[in-house]
Design a protein around this ligand. Structure first.
Ligand SMILES: NC(=O)c1ccc[n+]([C@@H]2O[C@H](COP(=O)([O-])OP(=O)(O)OC[C@H]3O[C@@H](n4cnc5c(N)ncnc54)[C@H](OP(=O)(O)O)[C@@H]3O)[C@@H](O)[C@H]2O)c1
Length: 295
């Protein structure tokens, strides 16, 4: 059974499918968020480092959807790691978004060279959780070793780890560990968008994959819908990005069909084991050089 919501390890319900807004800029981001919420989405995934928190907030207000009915995620950027700076960055993000609480606050990347500061930032997220400023906390791009260290040192097991995951890069060991630890896996670049912004990596992007195209034709659905349905049937959350109104609607029309066990196995077999984006072991603020603006 594919549920529309996933229960996190602290009992909070998170919609399984949401809208991602990386590289959605200005009015385009506002319109995408508003269109998505009107189409039925209730999860929006942004980040301080997407430089669109103000526009996302505007899109939420334009949509007319009640804040209480929405699941809003944003992420803390590495330059704000450390306890006090993380607390300040949270205030900056919520001010830009125009909200007084978040549903999910994620550390955007591990900073392996500076893991003490990473842990200190997570401690700040724990504080925000205890104070009721966020309903759940988690991480993104944490590899198994990062997760094991964090879980040893932290009081709160992350509710979510958001990682690169699409048919070409499925990370079965990472997903299995997260299952053991009670951490929900949320797929970023769920339909393979990473090949659009990080290069082709020698692989055929999932939307162009012949196996996926054949399944889509057989089920009377599009390749994007088949891939999103595959994530949901695997029990994962996925946050496809689009600024195209028709695609935003299309990507949410995945609750009216099912993939067979054979379909699922055929997509599982497409894993190349090669990621499209940088290896999180090499993440540093210098490698991904961004400056977060003030509120
Ligand atoms: N935590 C992290 O480090 C991290 C990293 C990357 C991404 N993310 C999150 O994950 C979200 C999604 O990842 P992503 O943006 O990299 O990739 P994605 O959602 O896999 O793919 C987005 C790309 O696919 C296109 N697209 C969307 N729906 C389509 C459809 N139905 N048919 C054909 N093309 C379609 C979009 O184009 P148009 O917009 O032009 O329609 C865009 O170029 C991000 O927005 C962000 O919220 C997180």
């Amino acid at each position: 059974m594919t549920e529309k919501a996933i229960t996190l390890n602290n009992g909070v319900e998170m919609p399984a499918l949401g809208l991602g807004v990386l590289q959605s800029e200005g009015g385009e981001a506002t319109a995408a968020v508003s269109t998505a919420l009107q189409a039925g989405y209730r999860l929006i995934d942004t980040a301080a480092a997407y430089f669109n928190e103000r526009e996302v907030g505007q899109g939420i207000r334009d949509s007319g959807v009640d804040r209480a009915d929405l699941f809003l995620t944003t992420k803390l950027w590495m330059t704000d790691y450390g306890f006090d700076s993380a607390l300040r960055a949270f205030e900056t993000s919520t001010t830009k978004l125009g909200v007084d609480y978040l549903d999910l606050y994620l550390l955007h990347w591990p900073w392996p060279e500076n893991f003490n500061q990473t842990i200190a930032a997570y401690r700040a997220a724990e504080r925000l959780l205890a104070e009721g400023r966020v309903r759940a906390i988690g991480v993104a791009n944490f590899k198994p070793d990062h997760l094991r260290t964090l879980v040893k040192e932290a009081d709160v097991v992350p509710a979510v780890n958001q990682v690169e995951l699409h048919p070409n890069f499925q990370q079965p060991d990472q997903v299995a560990l997260q299952g053991e630890l009670g951490i929900v896996t949320q797929a970023w670049s769920p339909i393979g968008g990473v090949y659009g912004w990080a290069g082709e990596n020698g692989a055929v992007p999932p939307l162009q994959n012949e196996t996926i195209r054949m399944i889509a034709e057989a089920r009377g659905k599009t390749p994007a819908q088949v891939i999103l349905r595959w994530h949901l049937q695997e029990g994962r959350s996925a946050i496809p990005k689009s600024v195209t109104p028709e695609r935003i609607v299309e990507n949410f029309e995945v609750f009216d069909f099912a993939l067979t066990a054979d379909d699922m196995a055929s997509i599982d077999a497409l894993d190349t084991g090669r990621r499209g984006a940088i290896d999180p072991d090499h993440a540093t603020p210098a490698v991904i050089d961004l400056t977060i603006d003030a509120a």
